[in-house]
Design a protein. Structure first.
Length: 283
């Protein structure tokens, strides 16, 4: 039974937190072979054997036979009875995956911070299906808010025409278009960019894997959208780094292919924009 983050052995601990890296864990997120371990009551150390198909005591909450205290299996300490006793981790996940348990806002902020600083670590633990689009929309709103704050700041400092800028922000139509437009554009972008990444991976000879995986990777890349909007020379490589890290983990491909798959669609899009500008200039 090892820590899912640092692999430290988690036998006989009174607190459900890895002593090495401080990562919290839950005993019920592991499966055990029958009769290889016992579980101790956190109040009186009374031993119990695992009886259900996961090798855990059933039910998951019960009254201790000895001390009569209420016991939650997820917080019991686990003691190996044989040399080869083993606890197989069943659930990997991030706080965002378990946002209903850890709280919506802390989970969101944790996701943004971890994706921005250690995307590989985040994607190693992330599950693909739990709310990547929602995460992406919230990040898009966040970057819109940051951009508008900057805009308002520039108006105040008279860098931008104060009268027209202020009139623009005072117009309710702007806010309505923004409120509706941000999620629509963000979701369209996630699917479009995800599709092109998938297409490049296919061309590079990725044997299996589905289109959805690249879409999830792009959606989680939204964590660094504010940087992308405010400071593109820094934000763009950062964004490519996070998205390609997601593609690498979700699609099970190499780092090199993932980076290539993330860059090629952006280069094509950049070329299209340049061609368009050039054509407008000629006309
Ligand atoms: Zn650990
Ligand atoms: Zn007890």
């Amino acid at each position: 039974m090892n820590c899912t983050k640092c692999s430290y052995l988690l036998w006989d601990l009174r607190e459900c937190r890895c002593p090495e890296c401080a990562e919290p864990f839950d005993v019920t997120h592991y499966a055990f072979q029958p009769a290889c371990v016992h579980f101790a009551c956190p109040h009186c150390e009374q031993h119990y054997l695992g009886t259900d198909e996961m090798g855990l005591p059933a039910p998951r909450r019960f009254e201790c036979l000895r001390c009569r205290e209420s016991v939650d299996v997820s917080t019991m300490s686990v003691h190996p009875l044989t040399d080869d006793a083993f606890g197989e981790p069943q659930i990997h996940g991030t706080p965002w995956d378990y946002r209903d348990r850890v709280g919506f806002l802390p989970a969101l902020l944790d996701g943004v911070a971890r994706l921005a600083t250690q995307p590989g670590e985040y994607f190693r633990r992330a599950t693909r299906s739990r709310g990547s689009q929602l995460f992406s929309i919230l990040c898009a709103y966040l970057s819109a808010a940051v951009s508008i704050a900057l805009f308002a700041f520039l108006i105040k400092g008279h860098v931008i025409g104060a009268a027209s800028g202020a009139a623009f922000l005072a117009d309710p139509r702007f806010w309505i278009v923004l409120a509706i437009g941000v999620p629509v554009v963000q979701i369209a972008w996630n699917y479009m960019y995800g599709f092109f990444i998938f297409a490049v991976l296919k061309l590079l000879g990725l044997p299996s894997g589905d289109y959805d995986r690249s879409v999830h990777a792009v959606a989680y890349g939204s964590a660094v959208l504010p940087a992308l909007f405010l400071l593109p020379p820094v934000g763009l490589p950062w964004y490519i780094n996070v998205v390609s890290s997601g593609v690498e983990h979700f699609n099970g491909t190499t780092r090199g292919r993932a980076v290539l798959a993330a860059i090629v669609p952006l280069l094509l899009a950049g070329n299209l924009v340049l061609c368009f500008l050039f054509a407008t200039y000629l006309a």
